[in-house]
Structure formats: C-alpha cells, structure tokens
Design a protein around this ligand. Structure first.
Ligand SMILES: [Zn+2]
Length: 88
C-alpha cells in the first residue's frame, strides 16, 4: 500500500489511516491528534515559567539582602559621623 501525505500509521494497529483521523477505522481506538507545527503555546509557557522563576529568584534575593541589611541596622546602630565636626 502506498503511503502518501494524507495517510499515517496507526500507533496501535500499524494500519494506514487518514492523517486527520481521530479514530482508527481498523482498531477503533482514539488517536492522538497529529503533531501540528504550532508550538507557540509550549514556548509561551516556557517563557512565562522562566520569567516567573527569574522574578521569584530576584525577589527572594532582594528579600534576603533586605533582611541582612535590616539585621545590620539592628545590631549596629548608626554611628555619628566624626568628620562632620568643623575644626574650632
Ligand atoms: Zn488502529
């Protein structure tokens, strides 16, 4: 049997079926949709997840820095500047 662009092989029974068939006409199984060139969704999700990860890690870094600075403020009271006194 000649396989042209309009047919594909059923993954279950390995028979030639229509490329856009949703149910195999031989084994009556539901077929997964044929791979389509539009994969923008997964790329968009990847970008969203990456951006979210960057934002979350950046926020966590800033929060850690802030807490560390705050701890320094609490332990070391700000000293009076010594060089500000004008010489008499
Ligand atoms: Zn089949």
């Amino acid at each position: 049997m000649v396989i042209d662009m309009r047919t594909r092989i059923c993954p279950f029974c390995k028979e030639d079926i229509h490329s856009q068939a949703l149910v195999c006409r031989y084994c009556r199984r539901d077929l997964p949709p044929m791979e389509q060139p539009r994969r923008n969704h997964s790329h968009a999700w990847l970008a969203v997840i990456t951006a979210a990860g960057i934002i979350v890690s950046g926020a966590a870094f800033l929060a850690a820095e802030f807490l560390r600075e705050r701890k320094n403020w609490l332990t070391d009271p700000p000293r009076q500047p010594e060089s500000r006194n004008p010489p008499d």
